[in-house]
Ligand binder design. Structure first.
Ligand code: TYD
Length: 206
């Protein structure tokens, strides 16, 4: 039987990496057969593409190039890692996936959902997530929590206005796709982790 495919989404500073780590520890404790991977990246070639996309010296990168590079990294990652794991019946948990492209490139960059859907049609048709966990915190609260914008990569360097747009993009996606479930992550990391576990149980994933 095909494994379940779960993706995690959220704005910068939502605590996604911390939650994924806590979830991995929990699943390991349960002895669940799973892999945890990320986008952009997750395979050798896709990690190379990631370096280009996030290089903060590439301020000349146009929005279409950015969207296409995310899509290119995604298809390679899917073919090499996600699809084989799902075929083996393994639970796949991916840190970001096509909804990030829809929210960041489609909505916040203004390329439109149609463009992003077209260049990601392979991912959207054959490899839709069974469940997407959206870690919900307003960008303003997230910025406050991490004391302003980070400067580590090209995307993090975007200001609060851009991240407000990303958040609006996610809100639209939640209205469109029932598979996306918001988890309020304004409380402590342990409270959020509990909510995530409960959601996965409720949805029959674990
Ligand atoms: P990362 O350091 O993994 O960020 P985070 O910890 O917030 O997940 O960098 C990934 C960045 O790329 C992040 O700013 C979101 C952005 N992104 C897109 O704009 N489109 C996409 O399709 C994906 C997968 C990520």
């Amino acid at each position: 039987m095909r494994g379940k495919f779960i993706t995690f989404e959220g704005c910068e500073g939502s605590g996604k990496s911390t939650q994924l780590k806590l979830l991995a520890d929990y699943l390991n404790g349960l002895g669940v057969d799973f892999i945890m991977t990320r986008e952009p990246g997750g395979s050798e070639i896709s990690e190379e593409i990631r370096k280009i996309i996030l290089n903060k010296n590439y301020d000349k990168m146009c929005d279409e190039c950015e969207a296409l590079l995310y899509a290119a990294a995604r298809i390679q990652h899917l073919r090499e890692k996600i699809a084989p794991a799902l075929a083996r019946g393994t639970l796949v948990i991916c840190d970001r996936y096509v909804d990030s492209s829809l929210a960041y490139q489609g909505y916040a960059r203004g390329l439109g959902a149609g463009y992003v859907e077209a260049i990601n049609s392979f991912a959207l048709k054959e490899f839709r997530p069974d469940l997407t966990v959206f870690l919900d915190i307003s960008p303003a609260a997230a910025f406050e929590r991490k004391h302003g914008a980070d400067t580590d990569d090209r995307m993090e360097m975007q200001g609060l206005d851009f991240h407000e747009e990303v958040y609006k993009g996610y809100a639209q996606l939640m209205g469109r796709y029932a598979r996306i479930c918001a988890v309020d992550c304004s409380g402590s990391k342990f409270e959020t982790a509990e909510k995530i576990k409960n959601l996965l149980k409720e949805k029959g994933i674990i």
